[in-house]
Ligand binder design. Structure first.
Ligand code: COA
Ligand code: MG
Length: 289
């Protein structure tokens, strides 16, 4: 699938050590999966998880779901072995934790460049430290970069801020990442909602992320998928409005006018760009099935 058209409404973390969850994910409606070797895997499980994940991904069965492997940090005792094992299977993408500078991305990109199975492998960055956030644009434009994943739990820990429903203490970081991702033309995926049985809280946080401009939300449990898929897809009303805006603008243009009016609001060329993007997202969501 053309990566620019891919939806990332729901991006599900799965601990790389949980065989049953790895199997279950093959039938879950997630747009993307993060196969985790980092924080969701206990120290004593690191080696087993790495081998299990390499086997599982080589066997396939994940269909259209984007597959992203989160490695342990390259400065940790597992990072180099993770990268070496995962490169063997030519992964779609690797996700680097706690990225703080473009040099960390460049080093992994150089290793991928040197591996014949990894010509198409992209790199995602976890944005979850103050230094990383402050270097967001340089990271977003580093080689092979495919997107940002915001790590709100680590970020809150580093900032020493409180968890609040409105996420006020995180707004500067969330928006800095979004600015950098948009400047670089890559997707930006919001952090997880920890209370995975609280549907109302999840919905509210998904809506906040969507309104900010996030492409989707990272999730920790299958029960969170439906809400993220719904909130981050264009609604029927948005699709209808986009179609009417395009039709009205074409009609105005045919009369030699540069502005149309729909539902009492002006529609100019730039609104048509947004309307087309809405239709493209609706199409991408439909293609995902
Ligand atoms: N991905 C895929 N399947 C998952 C899953 C996940 N993240 N979390 C749970 N499941 C599966 C379980 O395997 C179980 O499947 P089964 O019915 O076939 O046995 C089913 O969903 C129901 O699971 P449940 O019993 O409700 O949850 P749990 O108690 O087994 O696990 C968590 C709860 C939070 C520990 C677990 O969801 C998890 O580990 N999430 C990921 C955490 C993570 O990756 N964190 C790092 C990033 S923040
Ligand atoms: Mg983290």
């Amino acid at each position: 699938m053309d990566d620019t058209a891919r939806p990332y409404r729901s991006v599900l973390y799965i601990p790389g050590s949980r065989e049953r969850a790895l199997e279950k994910a093959k039938s879950l409606p997630a747009d993307a999966i993060i196969f985790d070797l980092e924080d969701a895997v206990a120290t004593e499980e690191k080696g087993n998880a790495r081998a299990l994940l390499a086997r599982t991904l080589a066997a396939g069965g994940y269909g259209r779901r984007a597959q992203i492997v989160r490695l342990n940090g390259q400065d940790s005792e597992w990072g180099t072995d993770d990268l070496a094992a995962i490169m063997e299977i030519g992964p779609q993408a690797v996700l680097l934790p706690k990225v703080e500078s473009p040099a960390q991305v460049e080093a992994v990109a150089a290793a991928l460049d040197a591996h014949p199975a990894c010509t198409g492998t992209r790199i995602w960055a976890m944005m979850e430290t103050p230094r990383g956030i402050l270097n967001a644009l340089a990271i977003a434009t580093a080689p092979r970069m495919a997107g940002f994943i915001i790590g709100t739990n680590d970020l809150a820990k580093e900032l020493n801020c409180r968890f609040r429903p409105d996420r006020l203490p995180l707004q500067a970081a969330l928006q800095t990442c979004l600015l950098a991702a948009r400047a670089a033309g890559i997707p930006c995926i919001d952090g997880v909602y920890n209370a995975f049985r609280d549907d109302d809280g999840l919905r509210a946080e998904c809506e906040q992320g969507r309104d900010l401009g996030m492409d989707g939300k990272t999730l920790i449990h299958p029960a969170q998928l439906a809400i993220a898929n719904e909130v981050f897809a264009p609604s029927a009303e948005e699709v209808d409005l986009a179609r009417r805006q395009i039709a009205a603008f074409e009609e105005a243009e045919a009369k030699g006018l540069g502005v149309a009016v729909v539902d009492g609001k002006i529609v100019e060329n730039l609104h048509i760009v947004t309307a087309m993007a809405t239709l493209a997202r609706a199409q991408a969501v439909g293609d995902q099935g």
